[in-house]
Design a protein around this ligand. Structure first.
Ligand SMILES: *Cc1c(COP(=O)(O)O)cnc(C)c1O
Length: 356
């Protein structure tokens, strides 16, 4: 007999992006930052005192919380530090949503969301985005009518790169009966002033997710954080979080990285500049490549070219990895992470060969 809960037995689990072992692979498939993390991270790693590992780490990561609070002009009580943004998602669901209650999202969205919903035995309400990737006009109304308890929105959106205007976010927070989690994994790559942290102060139903994985080039570290009103942070901090969710070394590295805003901002600007250059180059080759406010582009392959899946496969044979989604509305598209100029130029050369 199986000891698994029925909902676990029926689900298939999250499939992570390919992580090739070959060093010569150009990896443009999982939206990592192509530039190195802050040199301060290196200093921290070299200065780790192994005797300090004998003790438990700071349980509440207060130093990191204070640094994040200062950065966003909030207070420590508005911040929770988590093992990647992914741990925050799991905490939000287990703290605020009962099994059987509904979790709302868009289609397409981050493919981890339905998996986390299945673990908690929560049905999902998935509303298709419009052709230009914007939200349907009656998004909040539909979520409310379906009694959704938690709405998950990736903004800027993955996999399209589109951004919800600030006024519309405020309107959503006002209109939704549910909790609203804004997943800002890619917010650092927005090319203009766009700060949402005041929503965490003004609304007691808004939770903002941030991560060091993309903007701070630290996907391997597993560090993220949430911003929200103290009434939402407190139960996660004091009740549902693992007692020591963040190890000592990660905390010190994350503190150094978030303190070095100058380094991070330089890499964001490099990614933004290169994103625009790559977008133009792909458009010149016949790909449709709408504006993106992230570190990736979602392109539609030209009608006359091989189909998206074979382009993906042929690039893979040439040791260039990008992402293909076998999903509604995405079958003729490819998601390409913005790499370094050298990496992108190799991609461009391979693509023009494949198209000719
Ligand atoms: C990368 C990502 C996250 C968070 O990832 P972590 O590595 O766990 O911090 C969250 N949402 C989306 C849409 C992402 O792409």
């Amino acid at each position: 007999m199986s000891y698994e809960r029925e909902n676990i037995r029926q689900m298939s689990g999250y499939v992570s992006g390919e992580q090739p072992s070959a060093d010569d692979t150009i990896k443009l498939n999982t939206n990592e930052n192509p530039y190195p993390p802050s040199p301060k991270v290196d200093e921290i790693l070299k200065s780790i005192n192994i005797d300090a590992l004998r003790r438990y780490p700071p349980a509440t990561a207060n130093r990191f919380r204070d640094l994040a609070a200062e950065l966003h002009q909030l207070s420590r009580e508005n911040v929770i530090a988590t093992r990647g943004g992914d741990e925050l998602l799991r905490l939000v669901i287990t703290t605020f949503v009962d099994p059987g209650e509904k979790i709302g999202m868009t289609a397409p969205t981050y493919s981890l969301y339905p998996v986390l919903a299945q673990i908690q035995a929560c049905p999902t309400v998935s509303l298709p985005l419009k052709d230009d990737w914007s939200l349907p006009d009656d998004f909040a109304t539909q979520m409310n009518e379906q009694n959704v308890k938690l709405t998950l929105l990736v903004n800027p959106h993955a996999p399209s790169g589109s951004l919800i205007p600030l006024e519309q976010l405020t309107q959503l927070a006002d209109e939704l009966d549910s909790l609203l989690l804004l997943d800002e994994a890619y917010i650092d790559f927005v090319d203009h002033d766009y700060e949402t942290s005041r929503l965490a102060l003004a609304y007691d139903n808004v939770i903002i997710l941030r991560t060091l994985s993309k903007g701070y080039s630290l996907a391997g570290l597993r560090f993220g954080y949430g911003l929200a009103s103290p009434s939402l942070i407190e139960p996660m901090m004091n009740k549902t979080r693992d007692s020591y969710n963040l190890d000592l070394i990660s905390q010190q590295i994350a503190e150094a990285a978030i303190e070095d805003q100058a380094h991070a901002r330089t890499s964001w600007q490099q990614v933004i500049d290169e994103r625009e250059r790559l977008r133009n180059a792909l458009q010149a080759m016949g790909f449709e490549s709408p504006m993106s406010q992230t570190n990736f582009l979602l392109v539609t392959v030209p009608k006359t070219s091989p189909d998206a899946f074979s382009i993906y496969q042929k690039l893979k044979e040439r040791h260039i990895l990008i992402r293909y989604f076998d999903a509604d509305g995405l079958a003729d598209k490819l998601r390409i992470t913005v790499g370094t100029p050298e990496e992108n130029q190799k991609l461009e050369a391979a693509l023009s060969e494949l198209l000719s």
